[in-house]
Design a protein around this ligand. Structure first.
Ligand SMILES: *[C@@H]1O[C@H](CO)[C@@H](O)[C@H](O)[C@H]1NC(C)=O
Ligand SMILES: *[C@@H]1O[C@H](CO)[C@@H](O)[C@H](O)[C@H]1NC(C)=O
Ligand SMILES: *[C@@H]1O[C@H](CO)[C@@H](O)[C@H](O)[C@H]1NC(C)=O
Ligand SMILES: *[C@@H]1O[C@H](CO)[C@@H](O)[C@H](O)[C@H]1NC(C)=O
Ligand SMILES: *[C@@H]1O[C@H](CO)[C@@H](O)[C@H](O)[C@H]1NC(C)=O
Ligand SMILES: *[C@@H]1O[C@H](CO)[C@@H](O)[C@H](O)[C@H]1NC(C)=O
Ligand SMILES: *[C@@H]1O[C@H](CO)[C@@H](O)[C@H](O)[C@H]1NC(C)=O
Ligand SMILES: *[C@@H]1O[C@H](CO)[C@@H](O)[C@H](O)[C@H]1NC(C)=O
Ligand SMILES: *[C@@H]1O[C@H](CO)[C@@H](O)[C@H](O)[C@H]1NC(C)=O
Ligand SMILES: *[C@@H]1O[C@H](CO)[C@@H](O)[C@H](O)[C@H]1NC(C)=O
Ligand SMILES: *[C@@H]1O[C@H](CO)[C@@H](O)[C@H](O)[C@H]1NC(C)=O
Length: 542
């Protein structure tokens, strides 16, 4: 009639390693449940030097008895009178010496033959005595994580049941109550893994792009420690790490807000650090403000994205980047058509204000972005399948250089009109700074086919010679005698932006060997020739 373990329990009490109890049985302070393989143990403990008692699960073989889960995190027991009962319906009830309920599993359903079992995964479950299918569990501790994500445990949200599984740090080594820091799959917009301090995002491990989280080099599939999975469908979104070998590992958030992955050493004496985050200042959420990128080892930690300028130049010059960057010139004007600048090797911006469709193509994605004037960027949502569409609206937040992220991000730029002006200005600056004399020298040298020497001698080695040559070459084309030999403004943009071959320049328009060294040439004509306006007007003359 009764299973063997009932019998053993009555004979040996808690001294025998049971992994299961049934209703009308209980666990008193001093008694424990031990998982079948002897991996985990459930019982009462004191955290640190605290005298308070808690019901929890710890690693049995770990000499430090590291606690992985606590039932009564918030309400402690003050003495050794605690007792865990399993009700006939399969509810777990933790009582103190006066039969007051300290904690309860609050199962809404009930079961005819419930049993409580501690599994080798560290999952404490209430299930039917004949049914071990996880989807039929009445209750499981894996649905109520504390600060530790064990292999097999899901971190994330079930959209149907609205259950959201997240980690929260302990208040201190002596108090397992939820502390300041928590780790979530934030499912606003395209889901992303975030660390919060209170309600504020402190660090973003970022969104999953099919290969990994774009904000951390760790936590990828085929990790040597465990196999990370990311699942996103209409029912749920979660990250999970399935065990791949016998290594004992855990991911947790500590009291000072670090997410750490630890591996138990073979002597079981210490936990070895495999990974921790955040790592550096660029991991601080939005350190550089809006529309900027962070680069830890750069002399300028923060810089604006192309086409953007610091909103507060004063603050920016004092390394106060909080104001971020704004679009240079006018705000996005969608009427004149837009272009996209492609960025690669970046942590993707904050997706909490994004939209996604996992079945669209990149081309459809671009069209979709162009159709909505508040769309500021797009990307594939899954680069392993080269598919899916991710759209950003408004400011782009929290980007950082991350060369290991092999993903293109397309950022919307104001119409090429703006771009052209920028490029022309660039030409003007180059032509202006090189100066007319240099152009003349350039022409002479060009004729003598000493182009490379020119670049090195005249401009030093700060720019790579091919690029300098190209600027000078285009500069020469722009000051051709016959207007029809001068490139149009859009050609200039194209010439500077590409590596297409350029026509050989003819003799510059104002060039005359006769007056080369006559003073009025350099004081008069030269002056107007070296201004940006002239360069532009020459270009625009076409
Ligand atoms: C548990 O105890 C109650 C009351 O003592 C009894 O009615 C019930 O049948 C018991 N349940 C089991 C499973 O033994
Ligand atoms: C809890 O279990 C113990 C031992 O089985 C029993 O004596 C006690 O009455 C139970 N308490 C409640 C409130 O069910
Ligand atoms: C407990 O107290 C001892 C002695 O005061 C101290 O050395 C030890 O670090 C404390 N342990 C913890 C976990 O706080
Ligand atoms: C159980 O439900 C009660 C009442 O709804 C609630 O106050 C309590 O926080 C719940 N306990 C747990 C552990 O969820
Ligand atoms: C369910 O388990 C009980 C005890 O473990 C056993 O006696 C019973 O035959 C099982 N029922 C079925 C349908 O397997
Ligand atoms: C939390 O983890 C970080 C990173 O490993 C470490 O520097 C810090 O000391 C830890 N904090 C505590 C309280 O252990
Ligand atoms: C990063 O954030 C932490 C915690 O808020 C703060 O102490 C630290 O000063 C920040 N670092 C930088 C460079 O802003
Ligand atoms: C920054 O430089 C240090 C020391 O050279 C290096 O260890 C670290 O990986 C670099 N960090 C990044 C983000 O490149
Ligand atoms: C940085 O700038 C912001 C906004 O201008 C201001 O509120 C903040 O106090 C500044 N921070 C520091 C450290 O000066
Ligand atoms: C996603 O895109 C596909 C292909 O364009 C389309 O059939 C589907 O309706 C879209 N789904 C949503 C939710 O927009
Ligand atoms: C553009 O996208 C935003 C954000 O999703 C949305 O609120 C707005 O209605 C869209 N506008 C158009 C014209 O589709």
């Amino acid at each position: 009639m009764f299973p063997v373990y009932y019998f053993l329990f009555f004979i040996f009490g808690a001294s025998t390693a049971l992994d299961t109890i049934a209703p009308n049985q209980s666990i008193k302070d001093g008694q424990t449940l031990v998982s079948a393989g002897g991996i985990f143990e459930l019982g009462f403990f004191n955290p640190g030097n605290s005298s308070k008692r808690y019901l929890g699960i710890w690693y049995k073989k770990d000499t430090q008895k590291t606690v992985a889960w606590v039932a009564n995190r918030v309400t402690s027991l003050s003495d050794l009178s605690g007792i865990l009962n399993v009700t006939d319906q399969g509810n777990l009830v933790l009582l103190d010496g006066k039969d007051r309920v300290i904690w309860s599993s609050n199962s809404s359903r009930s079961m005819r033959y419930p049993v409580l079992q501690l599994l080798d995964s560290g999952n404490l479950v209430v299930k039917d005595r004949n049914d071990s299918h996880p989807e039929n569990f009445l209750w499981q501790s894996f649905d109520h994580p504390c600060d530790t994500l064990l292999p097999g445990m899901k971190l994330g949200r079930n959209f149907k049941t609205r259950m959201d599984r997240f980690l929260s740090s302990w208040k201190s080594t002596e108090d397992p109550a939820p502390g300041q820091f928590s780790v979530w799959i934030d499912s606003n917009g395209f889901p992303q893994l975030v660390l919060r301090e209170g309600a504020a995002i402190q660090y973003r491990a970022g969104s999953w792009n099919g290969v990994g989280f774009t904000g951390t080099p760790a936590l990828k599939p085929n990790d040597p420690v465990c196999d990370f999975k990311f699942v996103l469908n209409e029912n749920e979104v979660y990250y999970k790490c399935d065990p791949t070998n016998s290594l004992v590992s855990r991911l947790w958030v500590n009291q000072t807000g670090s997410i750490e992955r630890l591996i138990l050493s073979s002597q079981r004496k210490t936990w070895l650090h495999a990974y921790s985050a955040p790592v550096d200042q660029c991991d601080n959420y939005s350190l550089c403000g809006a529309n900027a990128r962070c680069e830890t080892n750069s002399s300028r930690v923060c810089s604006c994205l192309e086409g953007f300028v610091p909103k507060s130049p004063e603050g920016w010059s004092l390394s106060n980047w909080t104001e971020g960057c704004v679009r240079r010139g006018s705000p996005l004007d969608c009427k004149n058509g837009n272009e996209f600048k492609v960025y690669a090797g970046f942590k993707l911006p904050d997706t909490s204000n994004s939209w996604f469709n996992t079945s669209m193509s990149l081309e459809e994605c671009k069209e979709m972005c162009l159709r909505n004037c508040s769309c500021t960027a797009y990307a594939n949502s899954d680069i392993s399948k080269k598919s899916g569409c991710l759209l950003w609206f408004g400011d782009l937040m929290d980007m950082r250089l991350r060369t290991d992220v092999q993903q293109d991000l397309f950022i919307r730029m104001v119409n090429s009109e703006q771009d052209r002006t920028d490029k022309s200005r660039e030409v003007g600056i180059i032509v202006g700074s090189v100066g007319l004399m240099a152009i003349l020298m350039a022409w002479i040298l060009w004729k003598e086919e000493r182009r490379l020497e020119l670049a090195v001698d005249t401009l030093g080695e700060s720019l790579p010679p091919p690029e300098v040559l190209r600027y000078i070459h285009v500069g020469l084309l722009c000051v051709q005698q016959r207007p029809e030999d001068r490139p149009s403004m859009s050609s200039v943009v194209l010439m500077l932006g590409s590596e297409c071959s350029l026509p050989d320049p003819k003799q510059p328009g104002f060039f005359s060997e006769r007056n080369l060294f006559e003073p009025e040439f350099s004081s008069g004509n030269t002056h107007s020739c070296t201004t940006n306006e002239l360069t532009l007007s020459i270009l625009e003359a076409r």
